[in-house]
Design a protein. Structure first.
Length: 304
């Protein structure tokens, strides 16, 4: 906030694309409060599971799009590109007070945080020194509806407001960002629960196919859509002599049953997980290599 009593500025990004219902619902709820200046800088198409990929060798395009109550741009890059560009002052004249990434279709708990473009959008803002939150809704096909995104956004308003108050008071911690996951039955959620990142993960396999349209469509929830075929894809590589074509498929799931993010969401809580940009291993790994390293060179020389 650059002026006394000015409204806080929030920038929204995501990985499902600028037309995704989760982003549109979040922006609509933020605008409806009449408390915030809302900006949007999001991918022009779906970029799910691209992690923290960035565009390096060529330019990205930015096209202004209509979005009621917000200043919005569709970007030809990744979620991390969108966050970085939106915070660079090349697209908008000033920094926002807070960056929100989401609301994603599907939870981002456990090891899925590594793959998530939604989390990467918030992480990139964190690396740029701007407070940020990634937000994901545990979408379940046949149970969830697009209205649940609006309920999820409304459920996040109290924590967004509280964080902005801490930012204004200069008491918000600069060494973390938040990852929020909302339960499927968001209408009857049990409240916020502080959690840690767990080890839940969907196990993926590969299957050889003869066409890019063979098999079922992989959703951004990292599950398979059993009701529709895969989206058409170019088969130019498959048509070339000597090339084979493979597609990912879900072969199982591993749920961390300890008191972590995925379990909290499964139990109906809104999981709130502080994260940072580090990827330190657990203590026992450091202990192992502390004992291993001193003798490595000695053993290698003695083997010659």
């Amino acid at each position: 906030m650059t002026e006394m009593n000015a409204r806080p500025t929030i920038m929204v990004t995501n990985d499902d694309g600028i037309d995704a219902p989760g982003l549109r619902a979040l922006v609509s709820v933020l605008v409806s409060t009449n408390r915030y200046d809302v900006r949007v800088c999001a991918p022009d198409s779906e970029k799910s599971a691209v992690s923290h990929c960035i565009t390096w060798r060529h330019a990205v395009s930015a096209k202004q799009v209509e979005m009621d109550g917000a200043t919005a741009f569709a970007i030809s890059g990744t979620p991390a590109d969108c966050a970085s560009l939106g915070l660079s002052k090349a697209l908008f004249p000033s920094l926002p007070d807070l960056v929100l990434s989401g609301i994603n279709m599907g939870s981002n708990c456990g090891y899925h945080i590594v793959y998530s473009g939604t989390v990467a959008g918030a992480r990139e803002a964190f690396l740029c020194g701007v407070p940020s939150i990634s937000m994901s809704y545990d979408w379940v096909g046949g149970v969830s509806s697009t209205n649940d995104y609006s309920l999820a956004a409304e459920a996040c308003l109290p924590i967004i407001s509280a964080i902005l108050a801490e930012i204004v008071n200069q008491t918000y911690p600069a060494r973390c960002f938040l990852n929020i996951d909302l339960p499927t039955d968001i209408r009857n959620h049990k409240g916020y629960k502080l959690t840690t990142q767990g080890k839940s993960i969907y196990r993926m396999g590969w299957r050889q196919v003869t066409s890019g349209t063979q098999g079922r469509k992989m959703l951004s929830t990292m599950t398979m859509d059993m009701d529709s075929p895969a989206s058409p894809e170019p088969d130019s590589l498959a048509l070339s002599e000597g090339n084979m074509l493979f597609k990912r498929e879900v072969i199982g799931a591993q749920l961390d049953e300890t008191e972590t993010d995925a379990l909290a969401v499964k139990e109906g809580y809104i999981s709130v997980t502080p994260l940072n940009g580090l990827s330190n291993a657990e203590a026992e790994c450091h202990t192992f290599f502390k004992h291993l390293l001193p003798g490595v060179l000695e053993q290698s020389w003695s083997a010659l």
